[in-house]
Write a protein that binds this ligand. Structure first.
Ligand code: NAP
Ligand code: HSE
Length: 418
């Protein structure tokens, strides 16, 4: 049996899970592991002879066949990965930021050197989604993705909704559980989900999506009141990654909070669980769900990629097509202003005659129909909280409505999933 010789860069949450999982797998030999700080206490016992604080010991080593990058960030990860490819190594990575920002360069370089770069763990943690799209779903024309792709934010929203827990406390829990990025701004402001949907939509649509064309909003402005009102109207609030593409390759790709019907599947995806719903021809609708972050679920995907390479390594000079990733054409971006959605708006208005009529008149002047409107009494400061849910209308027009609502404060605008 030929053992696959790997070098791992990073022994944090994911690296530790990969190390522990590989302890039971004979076909893979870990030759070296690079960390930043050799003296740091770790959750895993690793012989000191395996450790280095110089990743070049891995990427330049003739004893290593595959480099497993689990450190995160763009630089110096890109330097290590690109050097490794030029030195003839295959790559396994969980680094969604690098994929979203450098994917085109990375896959072109891998193709030039006839190497593969596998990244199952980068999108939706433990859910097998990348390999199924490349293999068994390859005959499909996928045109829609609606997904929960960030475990940290889903954990926070679920706990705030279920137990009324505070945002700060739940974020700390998600960090302690190893779900959050080193800088959790990446999670809570929607960057992480934006990186993931960029790569996922590129693969599924077979057209390159550029990160700069992905509209993004995080969950930091979601108020407890919005969650309570959402519940009252029969919804839950989730951070949703949406992507659609039409027959002319116009792609609308975005990440933002959404009200999803309590009867929908996504409303029941809770805590760290992720879910990816896709529509395409000929499959119709498909949903994959499972743990989206954490040490072992992520290790499952990383180790799956390592073993996929191990199964083929040395059997052919050419990498299998399913392991390749080409995207010759770019999709045309659809600007957020030109998208059509239903909207939830929370408005604080002065307690004056005709306020609701004014909201209705401004909406009517833009041809925006109101589906629901709610006002519950007047508060001590003589203002009223008014909740409006619109029918589908153009984003640009909703922004015009907000500008024309003088004397009112629009506390939140959240899109409503159909
Ligand atoms: P982490 O716990 O912060 O671990 C990062 C590891 O990389 C640490 O061991 C660190 O060394 C090492 N490192 C950082 N900079 C380095 C450098 N310049 N040279 C050598 N080693 C360096 O991060 P993580 O949560 O495991 O995430 C790793 C990657 O997986 C990221 O791309 C992340 O986005 C992705 N990912 C994470 C999850 C998850 O649930 N956590 C899920 C899917 C994907 P020290 O230990 O010495 O500091
Ligand atoms: N920080 C990420 C999340 C890790 O919470 O989903 C998994 O990619």
């Amino acid at each position: 049996m030929n053992k696959l010789r790997i070098g791992i860069i990073g022994l944090g949450t994911v690296g530790s899970g990969v190390y522990k999982t590989l302890e039971d797998i004979e076909m893979v030999e870990i030759v070296k592991i690079a960390v930043r700080n050799l003296n740091k206490p770790r959750s895993v016992e690793v012989p000191s002879s395996l450790l280095t604080d110089n990743p070049y010991d891995i990427v330049n080593s003739p004893e290593i066949d595959v480099v497993v990058e689990l450190m995160g960030g763009v630089e110096p990860a890109w330097d290590y990965i690109s050097t490794a490819i030029k030195n003839g190594k295959h790559i396994v990575t969980a680094n969604k930021e690098l994929l979203a920002k450098k994917g085109e360069e990375l896959f072109n370089l891998a193709e030039e050197y006839n190497r593969v770069c596998l990244y199952e763990a980068a999108i939706a943690g433990g859910i097998p989604i990348i390999m199924p799209i490349k293999t068994i779903l390859a005959g499909n024309k996928i045109n829609k993705i609606q997904a929960i792709l960030n475990g940290t934010t889903n954990y926070i929203l679920t706990k705030m909704d279920a137990c009324g827990a505070s945002y700060e406390d739940v974020l700390k829990e998600a960090q302690a559980l190893g779900y959050a990025e080193t800088d959790p701004t990446g999670d809570v402001e929607g960057f992480d989900a934006a990186y993931k949907i960029t790569t996922l939509a590129t693969l599924a649509f077979k057209k390159r999506i550029k990160l700069e064309n992905v509209y993004r909003e995080g969950i930091t402005k979601i108020r407890k009141e919005d969650m309570a009102y959402a519940n009252e109207f029969g919804y839950k609030i989730k951070l949703i990654a949406n992507a659609t593409i039409d027959e002319n390759d116009n792609a609308d790709v975005r990440v933002h909070p959404m009200l999803v019907s309590q009867e929908s599947m996504l409303a029941h995806i809770d805590y760290v669980t992720n879910a990816v719903a896709m529509s395409g021809y000929p499959i119709g609708n498909i949903v994959l769900s499972g743990p989206g972050a954490g040490e072992f679920p992520t290790a499952s995907s990383v180790v799956g990629d390592i073993l996929a390479i191990q199964a083929e390594y040395g059997t052919t000079d050419y990498v299998l097509p399913m392991m390749r990733c080409h995207h010759e054409k770019n999709a045309n971006p659809v600007l957020i202003d030109n998208t059509f959605n239903k909207y939830y708006m929370s408005i604080t208005a002065p307690n004056a005659i005709g306020v609701i009529a004014k909201i209705g008149t401004i909406c009517a002047s833009k041809n925006i129909s109101l589906a629901s409107i709610l006002q519950r009494g007047v508060t001590d400061d003589n203002t009223a909280d008014i909740i409006v849910i619109t029918e589908k209308c153009q984003e640009k027009l909703i922004r015009e409505v907000v500008n024309e609502l003088d004397n009112c404060t629009v506390n939140s605008i959240i899109r409503v999933a159909e």
